[in-house]
Design a protein around this ligand. Structure first.
Ligand code: ACO
Length: 476
């Protein structure tokens, strides 16, 4: 009943970006391949003057500054990243420079998903940061870079009201991984990674629906007293926030959720064998109205992943719901690209920024969040929008209240992203070459990528790596 959740959020993405349509032209691929095929408009790009440590410093410093958080009131700091700069010394330890009088901070850097509990009386900060890079080829347009810092505490306006509203999918798959320490790039099986994402989503979503239904006392078979409309489905939440490698995958995945809904509904119907004849008839009529052909409702789900006809149907079925429930969360990632561990929080920030600035993120609404990390670990959970001024006695620290409005004011994402500088698509290759040189360059190393006038004020950058492999940073 402490309403632990998100109190404040800050995002960071490099100031320089590349247009996807210019990249299509530059790469000599067919027009529309990245913009329509992947649904992406632009992509953040950065060279060897930034690494995940500098980006984490940038975003965490800005969070503390904008929200005037006393570093001594923080008791836990967790960092999530998969762009490792060191196999032992965690990025969390680098961030300790921002907490000069406070060494009593729990937490470390974790690879893959991270869950955070906040300590009684003190705040927790979660930082997710990544520079997404790929070797030349079809995955190149799905690069990106970004960081998010989230302040976690009690009496939050975006709360995990009931931690039981959460479902996980963990499995051992080789869809995307980084076995070669001599390169920054992953080994990726693009087609497999899409299917792994769908499987994780469908598994999390099915378990999540069952849990929410159980918590609401809704029966899973038609034999019980529950009506079909009582069940949780893809239209039950006000918003969804998905891990977003590229926009098209999110659109298709949301279609798959509607597919799961139709299959669950059908399964409930089959369970309800003792229904009276006319009720059964009514349900059959209802199902025959469904645009999803009946054969798909019982087919092994594994046989449906590459079915283009089904994909088209699901797109139509989910389109308008997608527009109201997911477009706002995806606005930022469409022009920033993939940010790996930060992606889902970027989506959440985008949602708060867009919907909140219209005054529509009102108390009582819900957002279902789906995070996915290749390998694979995925979790789905539900956040509730609430008014923290109604329960000020739950607040920790000096009784400070954090609101959606304050987040909206500080995030200001539209304006910040609009003030970025578009650079020539050839900079993607150049930037990645400098990063590759840094990666295998050893020590000492001095970044060659320009910083002057190229970074937002307040951005940290890598000064260099000294002969003893120690990295130092400065702030613009
Ligand atoms: N105009 C319009 N659409 C086009 C055009 C064009 N000129 N050219 C191609 N397309 C469409 C294709 O028809 C296809 O559409 P579909 O998705 O409806 O089938 C789409 O563009 C993608 O094209 P493909 O040939 O299927 O795939 P591509 O070779 O472009 O690679 C991929 C895409 C696999 C996503 C690649 O970029 C990749 O490997 N990225 C990294 C892995 C990734 O992000 N995986 C996601 C989950 S795991 C994670 O988060 C890392």
């Amino acid at each position: 009943g402490k309403n632990v959740g998100i109190l404040a959020m800050e995002i960071y993405t490099p100031r320089t970006y590349i247009s996807q349509s210019k990249l299509e032209e530059h790469s000599g691929v067919s027009q529309g391949r990245y913009t329509l095929g992947l649904g992406q408009e632009a992509m953040a790009v950065t060279g060897d003057a930034e690494d995940v440590n500098s980006m984490a410093l940038t975003v965490t410093h800005a969070l503390l500054e904008k929200y005037k958080i006393d570093p001594n009131t923080v008791g836990r700091l967790e960092v999530g990243t998969e762009t490792l700069v060191d196999k032992s010394k965690s990025t969390k330890t680098v961030l300790m420079d921002l907490f000069p009088n406070n060494t009593d901070i729990e937490g470390a850097t974790v690879i893959n998903a991270c869950y955070v509990r906040c300590l009684d009386g003190r705040y927790a900060i979660v930082v997710a940061v990544d520079i997404a890079t790929y070797a030349r080829g079809p995955a190149r347009p799905t690069c990106g870079a970004g960081a998010v810092a989230v302040l976690v505490g009690r009496n939050s306006p975006l709360a995990l009201v009931d931690p039981r509203e959460r479902a996980t999918h963990a499995s051992n798959v080789y869809d995307f991984f980084k076995p070669d320490h001599s390169v920054e790039y992953p080994v990726v099986d693009g087609a497999l990674s899409q299917v792994c994402y769908y499987r994780a989503l469908e598994d999390c979503y099915t378990k999540f629906c069952n849990k929410v239904d159980a918590l609401n006392g809704v029966d899973q078979s038609s034999q019980g007293g529950s009506k079909d409309g009582d069940h949780f489905d893809a239209d039950s939440a006000d918003y969804f926030v998905f891990h977003a490698p590229y926009n098209k995958l999110v659109q298709k995945s949301y279609g798959r959720m509607h597919f799961v809904d139709a299959r669950r509904k059908h399964a409930r119907k089959l369970e309800g064998k003792n229904l009276f004849a006319e009720e059964k008839k009514a349900e059959e009529d209802d199902e025959s109205d469904s645009p999803i052909a009946k054969e798909y409702l019982t087919k092994p789900i594994e046989d449906t992943y590459s079915d283009k006809a089904l994909e088209g149907t699901l797109k139509n079925v989910s389109k308008s719901s997608y527009n109201t429930r997911l477009t706002d969360a995806n606005a930022a990632s469409k022009i920033v690209g993939n940010t790996y561990t930060a992606s889902v929080f970027f989506g959440l920030a985008s949602l708060v920024d867009k919907v909140g600035s219209r005054g529509e993120l009102t108390s009582g609404k819900t957002a279902v969040v789906f995070s996915y990390g290749s390998g694979a670990l995925a979790t789905m959970y539900r956040l509730h929008i609430r008014d923290p001024t109604q329960s000020a006695n739950e607040t920790i620290g000096q009784g400070r209240i954090f609101t959606i409005d304050e987040m909206v004011k500080n995030l200001n994402i539209d304006q910040r992203l609009a003030s970025r500088e578009q650079v020539h698509p050839q900079e993607l290759d150049l930037a990645l070459e400098t990063r590759a040189r840094m990666h295998r360059g050893g020590a000492p190393y001095s970044p060659v990528y320009p910083t002057n006038g190229r970074m937002f004020p307040g951005t940290y950058y890598l000064n260099g790596i000294d002969s003893k492999w120690r990295r130092s940073y400065s702030r613009v």
